[in-house]
Ligand binder design. Structure first.
Ligand code: M6R
Length: 619
């Protein structure tokens, strides 16, 4: 996920760069590993300043060497997906002939094909990004008719994947062109000047009049008008709206907290993590790997090392990978791992899961595993992070930056990545045929829509949190893959609501926790699908046991599972036919929302809970 801004004014001035920098500052929440701006000077050349690291590096560079006055500017703040966070990989990218500069948000899935077409023409790539293939192809298209809008449409038709693109043309310095597919882009309409941005925070200081663009549209932006077309060049229209958020809220896309925004982004986080994983050979792809297929075939054990929420994603991985690959999977809290002298060797695959990629406990576990001869595969959200660098193979989650301390969208993205790893190994080791893997992937691809549906129950969840806000204890119970979800739900409540909450395997109830049940205690159940009668019946018995003892019973159950109605005070539904192993992706969302609303009902600072830090870089 990256942030994009563009500005077109009537006259050349310093204002263009200032507006772009201001917009980038507001968009930095979308990504902050590198940034850059580009303008066209009166000398008819494109000037680019781009730097790895925070936007301040660009600001400092511009203070020393200002860009020339210009009537337009484009800018980008990056969250790396292809290629690490370096100056070279930062945007804007310049075309081979210096005519076009381009910024991009998204993932171009056919970048390899585009790169080989460029190689055939003798055009070499200067960066490791997918974006650079687009800028060279745009320049090739532009050379055909000198029409940037038409060239952008032809390029967009060639691209697979998701993209917002914004480009400027050295030879036509009075306009910019942008295009979008599966990636956000809004247009800001000012007085004698216009803007584009990934969201309205890019220009909300300048104007509140905006246009939303349809999927698969391109826009030609001049200082006094804009032209919108579909990718075949047919005129179309944007949807006008007025921004009524404060600047502060705009950074959060109108949500009051980052945590809520990030929960709402879960469908996209899963979608982006799954995107582009199937190679042209029909096989699954990792992002980088120095582990040979032979080594993957020989491993006889997997140990997942992680902390907190990431470790709970690891528990879900255990159920899926053991079932699909028939390899034993252990899940170990990273800080416990190396101090207990674990049995690991060259036949052990250690899977490190981390959102930040900087958790010191996990880094130390990785180092210990590698010293023992194990290979390490990292599932990480942050490109160029320490864990990604130290691992032998990496599978990135594409959840985008997670700002709230409580991990939410990263959790579902990690689970999605674990499924991909399981399917990759199952196929490689011959446990599943390619068509079976394709069937599982089809199901996985339905999950973003299913999560979206679950999130629609938010008003009832808010009402429940309001009703239960004065309770000081909560119990979460689940079985099979519902168990890690129960653990995660309890962690979320503790973390942001400061209440005592316990997560248990439902089968454990009779071994102790049932003593906690008293009149009115809120007990949440994650009920398995009735299509697994052996699991379903056992959990339903637990529901009855706690209800009989006076608990306030809240149930997450599949649509159409009427058996729970009789015993539950509230029922939240997850879509029918979700495969059992994939259930955590839909059952966790209502519980995350509940923790959020409970904290808000208590008037707490949801995004920055007391005593916690987003990235735990000490042991
Ligand atoms: O960045 P990581 O995923 O390695 O962080 C691991 C834990 O510190 C993290 O998941 C923590 O438990 C979250 N605050 C939970 O919401």
């Amino acid at each position: 996920m990256c942030g994009i801004v563009g500005f077109v004014g009537a006259d050349a001035s310093n204002r263009s760069v200032q507006v772009a920098l201001q917009g980038l500052g507001r968009l930095e929440y979308r990504g902050y590993d590198s940034a850059g701006v580009a303008t066209i000077g009166s000398d008819g050349t494109i000037h680019v300043v781009k730097k790895a690291g925070r936007l301040t590096n660009v600001v400092d560079a511009l203070a020393k060497h200002p860009l020339p006055e210009s009537s337009l500017a484009i800018g980008h703040t990056r969250w790396a997906t292809h290629g690490g966070p370096t100056d070279q990989n930062a945007h804007p990218h310049l075309s081979f002939d210096g005519r076009v500069a381009l910024v991009h948000n998204g993932i171009i899935e056919n970048a390899d094909e585009l790169a080989s077409e460029l190689a055939d023409r003798g055009i070499a790539l200067a960066s490791e990004t997918d974006t650079e293939t687009a800028v060279h192809h745009l320049a090739l298209e532009l050379a055909k008719d000198d029409d940037l809008l038409a060239a952008m449409c032809r390029l967009a038709r060639k691209l697979r994947g998701s993209f917002t693109l914004v480009a400027i043309d050295r030879d036509n310095p009075n306009h910019l062109v942008a295009a979008r597919r599966n990636s956000p882009l809004v247009v800001g309409l000012g007085e004698g000047e216009n803007y584009v941005g990934s969201d309205v925070s890019a220009f909300v200081d300048e104007t509140r009049d905006a246009l939303e663009l349809e999927q698969d549209t391109a826009v030609d932006v001049y200082s006094d008008h804009v032209v919108i077309v579909d990718f075949d060049g047919n005129p179309t229209q944007g949807h006008p709206f007025t921004v009524d958020w404060s600047v502060d809220a705009a950074v959060k896309d109108g949500y009051s907290t980052f945590m809520e925004k990030e929960i709402r982004e879960e469908p996209t986080a899963v979608l982006e993590t799954l995107r582009g994983r199937l190679g042209t050979d029909g096989k699954l792809r990792l992002d980088s790997s120095s582990i040979s297929e032979d080594v993957f075939r020989r491993i006889d054990k997997i140990i997942v090392v992680a902390c907190g929420t990431a470790a709970y994603a690891g528990y879900v991985a255990k159920y899926a990978i053991e079932h699909w690959c028939r390899i034993p999977v252990e899940v170990e809290l990273a800080h416990e791992f190396r101090y207990r002298d674990p049995v690991v060797n060259e036949k052990t695959l250690v899977v490190a899961i981390s959102q930040s990629g900087e958790t010191m406990d996990t880094i130390m576990a990785i180092r210990h595993a590698r010293e023992q001869g194990s290979k390490v595969l990292a599932i990480v959200n942050t490109h160029g992070s320490s864990i990604a660098r130290e691992a032998d193979a990496v599978l990135y989650t594409h959840a985008g930056p997670e700002i709230a301390v409580a991990s939410t969208k990263a959790f579902v993205a990690q689970i999605a990545a674990c499924y991909l790893l399981g399917l990759y190994l199952a196929e490689l080791r011959g446990n599943k045929y390619v068509d079976e893997v394709a069937d599982y992937l089809d199901e996985l691809n339905k999950m973003p829509e299913r999560i979206q549906k679950v999130l629609e129950q938010e008003p009832r969840i808010t009402a429940l949190a309001e009703e239960l806000k004065d309770k000081d204890g909560f119990l979460f119970l689940g079985r099979h893959v519902g168990y890690p979800v129960a653990l995660e739900a309890a962690l979320k409540c503790k973390e942001v609501s400061y209440v005592h909450a316990e997560g248990y395997a439902a089968g454990e109830l009779k071994h102790g926790p049932i003593a906690l049940i008293e009149e009115g205690l809120p007990v949440f159940f994650i009920v398995p699908t009735p299509r697994r009668p052996e699991l379903h019946a056992k959990v339903l018995s637990n529901v009855q046991e706690v209800r009989a003892r006076g608990a306030h019973v809240i149930v997450i159950a599949e649509e159409g599972d009427d058996s729970v109605e009789e015993f539950a005070h509230q029922v939240f539904r997850v879509p029918l036919s979700t495969p059992t192993l994939m259930m955590p992706l839909v059952t966790v969302a209502p519980l995350q929302l509940f923790a959020l609303r409970l904290a808000q009902a208590k008037g707490l600072d949801v995004d920055k809970p007391r005593n916690l830090a987003k990235s735990v870089t000490v042991e």
